[in-house]
Design a protein around this ligand. Structure first.
Ligand SMILES: [Zn+2]
Length: 174
């Protein structure tokens, strides 16, 4: 849930029984023939199996599937001198906490991230169009390990024009 209406989340999922199967934005775009999914559509794994289905979405429905997760090199490139928290490290540290290791950083589902494709095929990076309290409800189609990173990006306007990363809220229903 976007508590404050400005925060984006990077989301990854892995098969709970075989974590080498992962949520794939490449396959999701290919399978659905779209870059932003709608109600009832499913995000799929690299093995083309549904992992997460869109059940409810009170936000304007804009969730990016194109951009990579931020990593330390992106912040270096942007001129950050020291270490900057980043979504890639958040993913691998979170997996490590439950004894899992994944060899690379899959492209994440960027929940609430507003990346429109323009007519000239370039992309824009805009603040989220969400309002405080907007939420996205996804149905797990198999046992999953899900990792969510509240993106710590504070050098662009991706988390709002004030560039202040904020808390998000999530809940698991059975
Ligand atoms: Zn990030």
């Amino acid at each position: 849930m976007s508590v404050h209406g400005s925060q984006v989340l990077d989301l990854w999922a892995f098969n709970g029984h075989d974590p080498s199967e992962y949520l794939s934005m490449e396959h999701t775009r290919s399978k659905n023939s779209k870059i932003i999914l709608s109600m009832g559509d499913s995000y799929v794994s690299d093995r083309r199996r549904p992992m997460l289905t869109v059940l409810e979405d009170t936000s304007p429905g804009i969730h990016d599937t194109l951009l990579c997760a931020c990593n330390s090199y992106i912040y270096q490139e942007a001129g950050c001198a020291g270490y900057h928290r980043n979504c890639s490290d958040n993913l691998h540290e979170a997996l490590g906490e439950i004894g899992l290791k994944f060899p690379f950083t899959p492209g994440p589902l960027n929940v609430f991230m507003n990346i429109p494709v323009k007519k000239d095929h370039t992309i824009a990076r805009l603040p989220p169009s969400t309002r405080p309290g907007d939420y996205l409800k996804l149905k797990a189609e198999m046992d999953l390990v899900v990792v969510i990173s509240a993106c710590p990006q504070d050098m662009t306007i991706i988390n709002g024009v004030d560039r202040i990363p904020r808390d998000v809220h999530f809940a698991i229903e059975s």
